[in-house]
Design a protein around this ligand. Structure first.
Ligand SMILES: NC(=O)c1ccc[n+]([C@@H]2O[C@H](COP(=O)([O-])OP(=O)(O)OC[C@H]3O[C@@H](n4cnc5c(N)ncnc54)[C@H](OP(=O)(O)O)[C@@H]3O)[C@@H](O)[C@H]2O)c1
Length: 298
């Protein structure tokens, strides 16, 4: 598995395993979570994506139970987590409305809670989950620098940020932002043309792609769909599974995108790295893109 360097101190596996759906699995036992982590590690997938809000603020704790039981796992993993979404659930059940909180107080307490729930001493990558329209960039930037200086967080990035959000926040930070986690898939490919990938590519920053299978919707398209037909043909020609073609399409792009995969199914987890085997030349990339667009490029 290729690795992507975020800075001199940290690199991540090219494919990341996302834990948004961890709590949706009927089995959230430490044994099952450990089996998922080990299935990833066996393929060189060492980077794991969390967020405070996942599973109604419970997914970090589910991971934490496993890391407490099997602490040796932690040394083989890089852990990404996120903060700033406050939704009326779990520890915020008393809130009247869903909102974003990028205040210093919220960032500091969110980091402490994530560390405690996951039973870890340091978060490898902390992401600001959503751009906050009420952000005081000077306060947020200083708070993010502070959690890095304290050693509680190794690196900081963002998620779902536009260029203007990125520029505003970075202007108030000493610590460079290391990534932007954005939605990219054959079902949501606008990032390749609306500037979201271009500004990261220009800066040599590797993006992360969330929901690379469109949250599963790409897998369940009707059989007469051109995109599905094209994916199926390529999968058959190259003797790989369907999902691998969709993931390889993202990874083939020169922006060095890291897909964040979300399956809970152990046998699917075991084959996530198959995407590395897919050959995706320019013509094949455009064949899939054309099928996704529904028309040829102008
Ligand atoms: N930053 C953000 O705002 C944001 C937003 C959304 C997600 N994320 C991150 O991105 C990660 C991935 O998101 P996602 O779960 O929507 O990603 P995904 O990989 O696009 O979709 C996974 C879903 O597809 C289903 N699926 C159906 N057929 C599949 C197949 N052949 N192979 C694999 N999966 C198949 C899975 O079901 P089974 O479990 O039954 O396989 C699962 O429900 C999340 O865990 C989270 O870490 C971030």
């Amino acid at each position: 598995m290729n690795r992507v360097s975020l800075n001199n101190d940290l690199d991540l596996s090219r494919i990341i395993y996302g834990m948004w759906r961890l709590g949706d699995d009927e089995d959230t036992s430490t044994g099952q979570v450990q089996a998922k982590i080990e299935a990833c590690l066996a393929q060189g997938i060492t980077s794991f994506d969390q967020a405070d809000i996942y599973g109604g603020y419970e997914a970090e704790e589910i991971l934490g139970h496993t890391l407490k039981k099997s602490p040796a796992l932690r040394d083989q993993m890089e852990i990404i987590t996120k903060c700033d979404i406050v939704a009326p659930a779990g520890r915020y059940a008393d809130k009247r409305v869903k909102y974003y909180d990028t205040s210093r107080a919220h960032i500091l307490s969110s980091v402490d809670t994530s560390l405690k729930l996951m039973n870890i001493d340091q978060i490898d990558v902390l992401l600001v989950h959503r751009p906050d329209p009420f952000m005081d960039h000077l306060e947020t930037g200083a708070a993010l620098d502070e959690v890095v200086a304290s050693g509680k967080v190794k690196t900081v990035g963002v998620s779902n940020f536009k260029l203007h959000d990125w520029t505003l926040l970075s202007s108030a930070m000493k610590t460079p932002l290391v990534t932007n986690q954005i939605e990219v898939s054959l079902g949501a490919h606008e990032a390749f043309t609306n500037g979201d990938v271009a500004y990261l590519q220009e800066r040599g920053i590797a993006p992360m792609a969330w929901s690379p299978l469109g949250g599963g919707s790409l897998m369940g398209r009707p059989a007469d769909d051109l995109l599905r037909e094209t994916m199926a043909r390529i999968a058959q020609e190259q003797q790989v599974d369907f999902a691998s073609v969709a993931v390889a399409w993202i990874m083939a792009h020169p922006a060095n995108i890291m897909p964040v995969m979300g399956t809970n199914n152990i046998s699917r987890i075991q084959s996530l790295s198959e995407a590395n085997r897919v050959e995706m030349d320019r013509e094949t990339w455009f064949e899939l893109y054309t099928a996704a667009l529904g028309n040829e490029v102008p």
